[in-house]
Write a protein that binds this ligand. Sequence first.
Ligand code: HEC
Ligand code: HEC
Length: 413
Amino acid sequence: MPEAGVPALRPIRRALSGALFASIAIGAGAAPAAGEAGAPPAAERPAVALGRRLFFDRALSEPAGTSCASCHDPARAFSGNNGAAIGVARGSRPGHFARRNTPSVLYLKYVPRFHYYQEEDAPLPSAFGGFFWDGRADSIAALVRQPLLNPDEMNNRDARQIAGKLRAGGYAADFQSALGASLDDPDAALAALGRALEAYLTSPAMAPFASKYDAYVRGRAVLAPDEALGLKLFRDPDKGNCASCHHLTVSSPTPERSMFTDYGYDAVAAPRNRKLPATRRADAFDLGLCERTDKQVPSRDEKWCASFRTPSLRNVAVRPAFMHNGTFNDLRDVVAFYGTRATDPFRWYKSRVKFDDVPAKWRGQVNVNAIPYNRRAGDTPALDDREIDAIVAFLRTLTDAAYLAAAPVPARH
Ligand code: HEC
Ligand code: HEC
């Protein structure tokens, strides 16, 4: 039964330990790049300005026309799929699509490095952090080569081709003055491009904390009754239980304590997205965390198959598609999926195979223990229609002021 009043936040699944916060503070994005430590803030600004120009430069794809911002659309809080309606992003060439749904690149400076953390009462350590849905990259500076060189995204052939484009774009003087980097050596140029983009993506403008929720925790706004009910259900360990993964600290006036993720991993079993070309092959699956190939901090163990990094829900209402495979395009459906996945599974798994986007041998790893999933088919759902609407109303308070116009008005049920 839900407790009366706003229930206390119980750290149910994972303790948000001092260790996690410490690791956020020294997170990959937050750590200064080598050589930048101790640099005065004024020296950083040219790199941020350069990074911003590069982020929006459509000449950096092959053929030209696709910038970072084509997929990470500033009008949609830096999420989006470059106009594709199937749930994953269109690349620079017709008929080519990124493998996954495009996440927002706001608030990335809070993403910790990939690591394991052992909770006192847990049988096994849990995985946290890293960039991408599967945590396979440890820094923004290093990861940008992936979209630039991916044939399904920006499709450059190699570092030499990218360096040539930077020189032709007249960037040489800016790279020299902002980063002390020359564009003559292609690998050094690509590394410097990464540092500039990282400077931009981790700059204060990319973590605005300007939502109604932020004003609320700062004591400067009041939630409407449906939003307040949604917040209560979102936190209530017996109802939505969302906050056990999408972590928040309502009692803290510091919005950084409410990132709406603990950067952990979970197997939520989003339904298979049959609009994706990759799903034409019945044996093609995206396994998430266990596909990560890092050798220093490995995650190849099969127990990590089907787990994806918990996304921040900041600005979630302006995303065109949801989940790593973009299977949903209506936020209300995502919340209804959580509320009824256990009680009415075939409303979501149209193939009539439960957890149909997870290979059969790993379906047992799907989380069926946490509320709201821990029910049986035919039971009363964990959330009714009014409660689902309230959670959606609350999620809409996470939209930063600049993107409110892009948030579609939800349909009432
Ligand atoms: C064709 C669409 C597309 C383009 C162009 C693109 N991205 Fe992405 N971006 C994605 C997708 C899809 C993902 C998720 C990939 C994954 O998880 O495997 C992503 C993920 C990221 C992430 C990780 C976010 C997180 O939460 O971990 C960063 C950072 C990023 N992109 C930056 C960039 C930069 C910088 C550029 C330009 C050099 C760029 N992207 C160009 C589609 C794109
Ligand atoms: C056990 C951890 C866990 C719980 C509990 C949980 N989530 Fe999630 N959430 C995740 C993970 C992991 C994903 C990514 C799943 C994927 O892409 O396959 C996710 C994805 C989402 C997304 C899609 C975001 C995007 O950018 O695509 C929304 C919306 C969401 N969750 C809302 C909720 C709500 C509302 C609740 C409570 C009813 C909730 N979550 C409970 C872990 C959790």
